[in-house]
Write a protein that binds this ligand. Structure first.
Ligand SMILES: Nc1nc2c(ncn2[C@@H]2O[C@H](COP(=O)(O)O)[C@@H](O)[C@H]2O)c(=O)[nH]1
Ligand code: MG
Length: 220
C-alpha cells in the first residue's frame, strides 16, 4: 500500500463557500483542494511514522526549507514534540532553516538559488530531517541533498507535504509524503504564488484571474 494520500486527477475539491477563505482571495481561487483539517490530521500521522522510524536514541536536526515549508514545519514539529512529551522516551530536536527560490509566477525559472539560511555546518554528523512543502520535478530537493551531503550528516530523511504527479519529474521521491497531487499549481498553507496566498489555511488551486492579478511581468 502506498504510504501517502492520493488526490486523484479528477478530484474536484470543494466549493470555496463550504470553508473559511479570506475575503481578499475569494475571486482568485478555483476550489479548496485539501482542507486545513485534513492537512493537520495527515501531519499528525506523519509525525508518528517519523518518530517510530528515527527511534529515540539520538537528537535530530530539523531543516526547514523556506518559505513554503514554514507552516508544515511548525505543525509537524508540534506533533513530534507532543509525542516526545507524552511517552517515557524522547529525543532532542534542534531547528535550522534554508531559503531556496526556483519559481516565478507558476513556472520554474530553471535556476535554483540558495538565498539565505543558517550555516549548514550545524548538520555535520547529525541525523537530519529536511522538511519541504512540495516536490514537483524533484530538482530543488536533489540540489539541496547535494549541498547537505558536503557536511557528512549521519542520516538524512526528507518529508514533503505534497508530491506532484508530473511527467517532468526526475524520479526523486521523498521518504515521507503527505499527499500526492495532480499536476496543477497549488497555493495556500504557506505555498505561494509570487508571495501571495501564504496566508490561506487550505491548499487550493489558483484560477486564471488570480494568476493574472498577482503575476510578475516578464522582464527581457
Ligand atoms: N506554490 C507552489 N510552489 C511550487 C509548486 N510546484 C513547485 N513549487 C516550488 O518549487 C519547489 C519544488 O520544485 P521542483 O520542481 O524543483 O521539485 C518547491 O519547493 C516550491 O517552492 C506549486 O504547485 N505551488
Ligand atoms: Mg519549497
Amino acid at each position: 500500500m502506498a504510504d501517502y494520500v492520493k488526490i486523484a486527477d479528477d478530484e474536484k475539491g470543494f466549493d470555496l463557500s463550504m470553508f473559511c477563505v479570506p475575503k481578499h482571495y475569494e475571486d482568485d481561487l478555483e476550489r479548496v483542494y485539501i482542507p486545513h483539517g485534513l492537512i493537520m490530521d495527515r501531519t499528525e500521522r506523519l509525525a508518528r511514522n517519523i518518530v517510530n522510524d528515527f527511534g529515540y536514541e539520538e537528537p535530530i536536526v530539523a531543516l526547514c526549507v523556506l518559505k513554503g515549508g514554514y507552516r508544515f514545519f511548525g505543525d509537524l514539529l508540534n506533533y513530534i514534540s507532543a509525542l516526545n512529551r507524552n511517552t517515557d522516551r524522547s529525543f532532542q530536536m534542534s531547528v535550522d532553516f534554508i531559503r531556496l527560490k526556483s519559481y516565478q509566477n507558476d513556472q520554474a525559472t530553471g535556476k535554483i538559488q540558495v538565498i539565505g539560511g543558517d550555516n549548514l555546518e550545524n548538520l555535520r554528523g547529525k541525523n537530519v530531517m529536511i522538511v519541504e512543502d512540495i516536490i514537483d520535478t524533484g530538482k530543488t530537493m536533489l540540489k539541496l541533498l547535494d549541498l547537505v551531503k558536503d557536511y557528512n550528516p549521519k542520516k538524512v530523511r526528507v518529508v514533503s507535504l505534497l508530491v506532484k504527479r508530473t511527467p517532468h519529474s526526475v524520479g526523486y521521491r521523498p521518504d515521507y509524503i503527505g499527499f500526492e497531487v495532480p499536476d496543477k499549481f497549488v497555493v495556500g498553507y504557506a505555498l505561494d504564488y509570487n508571495e501571495f496566498f501564504r496566508d490561506l489555511n487550505h491548499v487550493c488551486v489558483v484560477n486564471e484571474k488570480g494568476k493574472e492579478k498577482y503575476a510578475i511581468p516578464k522582464s527581457d
